[in-house]
Design a protein around this ligand. Sequence first.
Ligand code: IPE
Ligand code: IPE
Ligand code: MG
Ligand code: MG
Length: 333
Amino acid sequence: MHRALGTENSVINPAFEDIPQIAAEMKSVEYELIRIIGESEDLIRQLLTDLFCSGKRLRPKLVLLSGLCFSHANEKMLYSAVAAELIHTASLIHDDIIDRAHYRRNKYTINFICGNHTAVLAGDFLFARAFEILSKKNLIKSMEYLVKAIQDMCTGEIIQANDLFNTNVSEKEYFDKINRKTASLISACCKAGAESGGAPETDVELLGLFGRYVGYAFQIMDDILDVTGDKKEMGKPVAHDIEEGNITLPFIYLLQEERYSIKYLDVLCDKNLIAGAKDEIIQELHKSGSLTKAYNMAVFFVNKAKEVIEPIPDSVYKDILLALSDEVIKRTH
Ligand code: IPE
Ligand code: IPE
Ligand code: MG
Ligand code: MG
């Protein structure tokens, strides 16, 4: 496991060093990702190399930390972490097609540069590579968790597509959607890690629940940062959700107040929302307290996440998981 995979000469994403206690393992994950991309056909390699140079690597970190709570690092954890990042990146490529996004990880997206056709196939390629690893390494349980998460991500994105410009969308419907599109994969990562570390079934389930709550908080923060974040720091477009008709939690809270719904219901249904109106609504999100309300919801989920892993054995890795869940609500990118 500590064997450095891949090639030392390739550009490595500095995120592997974020958590010193798992830097060695994360370095192995990075080298394996570099090797996989590096070995791909020329065209695929050119399309994917830039994308893998950055990204926070939250999912592989969660796989490893969840596993290390129960045993020393092993190959099952490493390869599950690699597969998780491949699947996540595939889902981002497809998500950018769906959201018509031109920018991701501070680079132009594949759909923007080469069109949707190529981007669909680049995403599919990464899914296929992930399953090659999971099957070759016989990671049956990790595969089971990750496959289920992909199904959830697909249904989550379909629900979102059906609800675009639907200003009647409820808080409950929003939570159902983010559970599927984001929390499921993060939950699967924690379960795959714990199972790879030999955790008992009950602890695998607890880690799964931890990941689910972290995932809720993570997507709520992403939706807040879409309106409050900085494009350069985020590496992706900001104020993009309302343009695309994606009514996220801060907007749901705004519309719950009659004085705002009277004023903005029609504007938010309008597919040709003018830039001026967009800025005004964003100001109102701040003034009305809707952003704070959404933020408090993210805090609520992080607290639930931390509570749920109380019964698992104490370790430095459990402490890092607790700290990482706090980071989710402090993040600026
Ligand atoms: C973006 O995920 C998609 C969401 C679930 C909000 P990340 O914010 O983890 O993206 P990278 O991997 O760091 O680029
Ligand atoms: C998360 O939703 C997408 C996935 C789960 C793949 P978003 O559409 O908000 O993610 P970003 O903002 O494009 O990263
Ligand atoms: Mg998107
Ligand atoms: Mg977003």
